[in-house]
Design a protein around this ligand. Structure first.
Ligand code: ZN
Length: 454
């Protein structure tokens, strides 16, 4: 068996791993590169192997850095099946067409304003391309065995977001376990990741491999920010992934109001996609931890904005309110329009709740930058920028170590992916020292041959 790292090596986006086994080729995850322009340009490179040579794709979860290249892969000739959990398939049916629309809009906007070097600017893929992916999904329930390219595949819950899974792939040569993105042990919305099963090799994420998430109560931290912003008569602007984070924010904001930690102000989730995603929490109640009344608090605890007119109307509001909008790292979406409107006002609070990859506008704000380039123009940011790291949907260093340490056997090797170099290396040292397992930090384009009989 041969494993090749085609992305998410030395970086947190572009998850793509190729498993070759006795003449078959299976791709694990098919993500977009996001963040720095040098990374984003990689989305435009030809796929490293001909897409029609792939026997199938195994998809761990729906986040775009794992799934967002699928429309391009299908357009370029991939005609196999995409194995994933039913919730992941449903989420992708929402996320991928939206991603196609954003690519089309960005290209259209660039053409209108003439700020792209390419004439005309073309979308990476279109909504129509994304809609063609849907027919390729083969939903596989957690714990069920499915087969692709001569490999037996099994998904187990990874926490993280609705439908997220670890994927175990076995052949005569051995078993590889892909962690996908691992969630937290004690998230109020998502279950804890299932411990790893027996595996010869583990490909493991390392996003927060060098960090511990802060202790503390998110309700208190968010409550304080809401109180302070209401006192300034400002607006709280939260850049959020539409999947997972938006629902978690609505849940915690409702806790804040219920507990009386801040005056109740309107909460708007300005994302048609987040509205659709939130309704899946009712459909896939077995995939999360919320009781029925908790699901209602998430589904009914905010006003979900769909139309562009309503979104523009938000920009005219002056009373304190919370606006949650995508994208989570401010790389696109409606948050950009709100940043242009509310960012220059000093009474505004821009709340950052998630990981911000290098090169994104979110990373600029986190590092103290006070100017953002939006739609080709510079916008001066006078708003307060606040950060709450407690809502992470990713395991931290301690939780990652606990997860790998709970493996029933000692794997022959662990490959660390999906981490900036410092995070991956810190985790490598910890795993080696504490558990005595051989660990490699995956390098982009590198292959590893696994097992004697491959
Ligand atoms: Zn993810």
């Amino acid at each position: 068996m041969k494993l090749t790292f085609l992305g998410a090596a030395g970086t947190v986006t572009g998850s793509r791993f190729l498993v070759e086994n006795q003449g078959s080729r299976v791709l694990v995850d098919c993500g977009l590169f996001q963040g720095l322009k040098s990374l984003r340009l990689r989305n435009w490179e030809p796929f490293p192997v001909p897409p029609d040579s792939l026997d199938g794709v195994v998809l761990t979860h729906a986040h775009l850095d794992h799934s967002g290249y699928l429309p391009r892969l299908v357009r370029e000739g991939f005609d196999g099946e995409i194995l994933c959990t039913p919730a992941t398939a449903k989420l992708c049916d929402i996320l991928l067409p939206d991603s196609g629309r954003i690519h089309e809009q960005d290209a259209g906007f660039a053409n209108k304003k003439g700020f792209s070097k390419h004439k005309p600017a073309l979308p990476l893929y279109t909504e129509a391309d994304a809609l063609r992916v849907s027919a390729r999904f083969r939903p596989v329930e957690f714990g069920e065995e499915a087969h692709v390219g001569g490999l037996a595949v099994r998904f187990q819950p990874a926490g993280h977001i609705l439908g997220a899974a670890t994927a175990t792939m076995s052949s005569k040569a051995g078993t590889i376990l892909f962690s996908g993105d691992l969630g937290r042990a004690d998230d109020p919305l998502m279950p804890a990741p299932a411990p790893p099963g027996e595996a010869d090799w583990i490909v493991m994420e390392s996003t927060y491999g060098d960090r511990s998430h802060p202790d503390g109560n998110p309700a208190e931290a968010i409550g304080r920010l809401v109180r302070e912003t209401v006192d300034r008569r400002g607006v709280i602007l939260v850049a959020s992934f539409a999947v997972g984070r938006a629902q978690s924010l609505v849940y915690w904001l409702n806790r804040v109001f219920e507990l009386g930690l801040a005056p109740r102000i309107p909460v708007f989730v300005d994302s048609p996609m987040a509205s659709d995603v939130t309704s899946l929490y009712r459909e896939f109640s077995h995939c999360h931890r919320l009781p029925p009344e908790g699901s209602s608090a998430v589904c009914d605890g905010a006003r979900f904005i769909r139309s562009v007119d309503e979104s523009k109307w938000l920009g005219t509001q002056t009373n304190p309110m919370v606006v949650v909008a995508a994208s989570g790292m401010m790389t696109g979406g409606r948050i950009l329009h709100h940043l242009k409107t509310f960012g220059p006002r000093k009474e505004t609070c821009i709340l950052i709740t998630g990981f911000q990859a290098a090169g994104t506008r979110g990373a600029t704000l986190v590092s103290g930058g006070d100017e953002l380039k939006i739609h080709g123009k510079y916008v001066k940011i006078r708003a307060r920028v606040e950060r709450i790291d407690m809502l992470s949907a990713h395991a931290d260093q301690g939780e990652l170590l606990e997860w790998i340490g709970s493996a029933p056997n000692r794997p022959a090797r662990v490959f660390l992916v999906h981490g900036e170099p410092a995070a991956a290396d810190a985790l490598r040292v910890r795993i080696q020292d504490r558990l005595g397992i051989g660990v490699s930090v995956a390098r982009d384009g590198e292959s590893a041959t696994l097992g004697d009989r491959s």
